[in-house]
Design a protein around this ligand. Structure first.
Ligand code: MTE
Ligand code: MO
Length: 428
């Protein structure tokens, strides 16, 4: 499709696959001073073909628990809970016979109408679970694209908060949250695997209230309409979570007591330290708290060699909305660490005497930089190569692990590589 070729032209040289299209953000772009990753260079991760048939008169179907409640709010006293249970109506996803009925169920909103609702803007870093998978190569075999540090990008998204949309449609998610059941929100894209099953995932509904309140249905990326590769006409954005949950070409949302049964959710983006375990039986990546530190990375680029010193800069981020509090850099293999200066989103330095500036950003990257003196004996030594190591700490005092080896983070799916970033410095 000529539209797709045009959108992709800057990324062709950085592609792992053309059909489906998978391509990495070039390191030169990450190393530059962009606050937002330019859309044409933002990494793309498609599992299947792009659904080019969509128009803005298509839209999103919303079904499941609580959804039929729309016009029945009067008798508030009569137990909300039992009402919720009565309304458990959609488990028909895999049931072929009922497929026709299912299309009649629930609510529907066109993309065109979605664009007219009150909107918010949020700065969100998107990152694939396979980011830095390449670094596992020295420890063992992994499956999937061998991403370097470019399976991420930082974006200003514009769209409608999902909880606002639910409210508008009369769906009382607060009541679902307060009930003693656990609900899941399923997201389906319009793209399908070869057997015709749609890309689908779910997140626990409680995450609308805990850890991430800002799940949105986005339709603009950096002030422009989404491109086809990034999910036009609309996509879900789940800030602070593995990219796979931010479903593109969003077409259907279901509230259920069960997790999403789609293969894309059951088979991928789950990890275990026991590689013999059946992947379907293990938790998906960011459901357990401890592991969201696996979404924390730094990278460093040599910027300048100044008088007797080397300037390094990079970005750091963590999962689940945790903010960066510290970045350390070492050029002597970890014997001495230097604290980098962190920046606010307007590029001013963080002023820790101000309560609001004690931390880096939430849900997006914190840029940092540092000038490190060259070791005194360096210029007279024969070995002119230096290496820089960097590591970040988030507000829960999670720290990146030293290596990606077995028993630390290694897993055969190659997810969540997040060890100290380690790069060569060539002094000329
Ligand atoms: N949504 C749909 N419908 N289909 C997909 O293949 N890929 C997911 C997610 N949403 C995917 C999807 C994955 S694994 C990632 S990392 C992000 O989209 C990538 O978003 P981007 O391509 O806009 O960078
Ligand atoms: Mo991904």
């Amino acid at each position: 499709d000529p539209k797709l070729s045009e959108e992709r032209k800057e990324l062709y040289d950085y592609a792992f696959s053309y059909e489906p299209f998978i391509a990495e953000t070039p390191i030169e772009i990450l190393a530059s001073d962009h606050r937002y990753t330019p859309v044409n260079y933002h990494f793309v991760r498609n599992h299947f073909g792009v659904p080019m048939h969509l128009t803005i008169d298509d839209g999103i179907r919303i079904q499941g628990v609580g959804v039929k409640n729309v016009n029945q709010k009067k008798d508030k006293q009569s137990s909300q809970k039992s009402k919720i249970i009565d309304l458990t109506c959609v488990h028909t996803y895999t049931n072929e016979e009922e497929e026709e009925d299912e299309e009649e169920e629930g609510l529907w909103i066109s993309y065109r109408d979605l664009y007219r609702l009150p909107y918010v803007e949020r700065e969100v870093l998107m990152q694939c679970g396979g980011h830095r998978r390449r670094e596992y190569d020295k420890y063992g075999e992994t499956k999937g694209s061998k991403w370097d540090v470019g399976a991420l990008g930082n974006t200003k998204f514009k769209g409608v908060l999902l909880r606002d949309l639910f409210k508008k449609l009369g769906i009382d998610v607060q009541a679902l949250y307060e009930s003693d059941k656990e609900y899941h929100v399923w997201f389906f894209g319009a793209d399908t695997d070869p057997s015709g099953e749609n890309y689908g995932v779910s997140i626990p509904l409680k995450f609308f209230f805990l850890w991430t309140g800002d799940v949105m249905v986005a339709y603009q990326q950096n002030d422009e309409a989404l491109t086809h590769d990034h999910g036009w006409p609309a996509r879900i954005v789940v800030p602070g979570w593995v990219g796979a949950r931010s479903v593109k070409w969003i077409q259907k949302i279901v509230i259920s007591e069960k997790e999403c049964p789609a293969e894309t959710f059951k088979k991928s983006y789950r990890m275990t330290s026991d590689d013999k375990a059946e992947i379907r039986d293990v938790l998906d990546i960011f459901l357990f708290f401890k592991n969201s530190l696996n979404n924390m990375h730094t990278y460093a680029h040599i910027y300048l060699k100044k008088k007797g010193g080397i300037t390094l800069k990079g970005e750091a981020h963590s999962g689940g909305g945790r903010r960066i509090i510290r970045v350390d850099v070492s050029i002597d293999g970890g014997a001495t660490w230097h604290a980098a200066t962190l920046r606010n989103s307007d590029n001013t330095y963080l002023d820790v005497s101000k309560p609001k500036e004690r931390y880096g950003q939430k849900y997006n990257w914190t840029k940092w930089d540092i000038l490190i003196p060259i070791p005194a004996d360096y210029l007279s030594s024969h070995n002119k190569q230096l290496r820089a190591l960097c590591r970040a700490f988030d507000e829960s005092h999670n720290r990146q692990p030293e290596t990606c080896q077995h028993d630390i983070v290694f897993n055969s799916k190659g997810y969540c590589a997040n060890s100290y970033h380690n790069i060569a410095i060539h002094v000329v």
